[in-house]
Write a protein that binds this ligand. Structure first.
Ligand code: AMP
Length: 277
């Protein structure tokens, strides 16, 4: 496994890889959710590149860029075991030199849900992912369903800008009690960690009611909201039932519908989702 910090070196070593190349972009502090993407990339490609880069442009001014958890040495050990060929871990200055002033922005779907709560978030995501795609030139790139809107937005960017690669979505990996794995789970104290299971419980409740015939999206949102509100440590940011492509809120559930939510547990903002198929 080679660890590379500059774009020039990444490009040079990229030439030596056997095609096709599978690529997994991450912000590091790896867990089994990330490793599932690496494993899938490994199974489908002779070469695998993983990036570790905490991207400052996708964090809002009041968000956790500075405190975002980092554990590079541990990440590298995990990637070595996962048989990664190249780890690309550039500095912020390497990715965003002082004269940097170009952005990749997806329209309407970037403004909804997470985009409404975090205004410049997806502009930062699409810009860095476009840059990484240009640098790594993968045939396939792997993303987690955990960040459902991110996948929708990146697919739209790839289609609209004719990027020559396939986007592969991998299922959300969960803890035994159902909490979606996330680097941010590390912010939770033990009491908050127990409370955090309410996100998945509310998603399962919606899923159950829908499978029992409830088609009224407002009613499903209401039951989810009521369940979450019973948890004193939880504050709802949004509970949404939306079309999985346009991300527009639905009145009547028409599959595939994206049920997604953002909830603060104490000070930690968590997101999760399921799809009603
Ligand atoms: P991050 O490091 O949080 O930017 O995540 C990097 C990639 O891993 C993204 O495509 C995420 O959607 C994916 N990911 C994060 N958590 C999970 C999870 N629990 N299950 C599956 N994929 C995940």
């Amino acid at each position: 496994m080679k660890v590379v910090e500059t774009i020039a070196e990444m490009r040079r070593l990229r030439l030596e890889l056997t095609e096709p190349v599978g690529f997994v972009p991450t912000m590091g502090y790896l867990h089994d959710g990330h490793l599932a993407l690496v494993k899938r990339a490994r199974a489908e490609n002779p070469s695998v590149v993983v990036s570790l880069f905490v991207n400052p442009t996708q964090f809002g001014p009041q968000e956790d860029f500075a405190s975002y958890p980092r554990a590079t040495r541990r990440d590298l050990t995990m990637l070595e075991k996962g048989k990664t060929d190249i780890v690309f871990m550039p500095s912020v200055a390497e990715v965003y030199p002082p004269q940097f002033d170009s952005w990749v922005e997806v329209g309407k779907i970037s403004q909804r849900l997470e985009g409404a709560a975090r205004p410049a978030h997806f502009r930062g995501v699409t810009t860095v992912v476009a840059k990484l795609f240009n640098i790594v030139q993968p045939a396939k790139a792997y993303f987690g369903q955990k960040d459902a809107q991110q996948v929708v937005v990146i697919r739209k960017m790839v289609t609209d800008l004719n990027m020559n690669l396939e986007v592969v979505t991998c299922p959300t990996v969960r803890e035994p009690d159902g909490l979606a794995m996330s680097s941010r789970n590390t912010y939770l104290n033990p009491e908050e960690r127990r409370a955090a299971v309410v996100l998945y419980e509310s998603l399962k409740l919606a899923q159950r009611q829908w499978s029992q015939g409830e088609k009224d999206a407002a009613k499903l949102r209401q039951t989810m909201t009521a369940l979450i509100q019973k948890q004193p440590l939880a504050t709802i940011d949004y509970v949404s039932i939306a079309d999985n492509e346009t991300l527009e809120e639905l009145d009547k559930v028409k599959p595939p519908a994206l049920v997604s939510l953002a909830v603060k547990i104490g000070k930690t903002r968590l997101i999760d989702n399921v799809i009603l198929e």
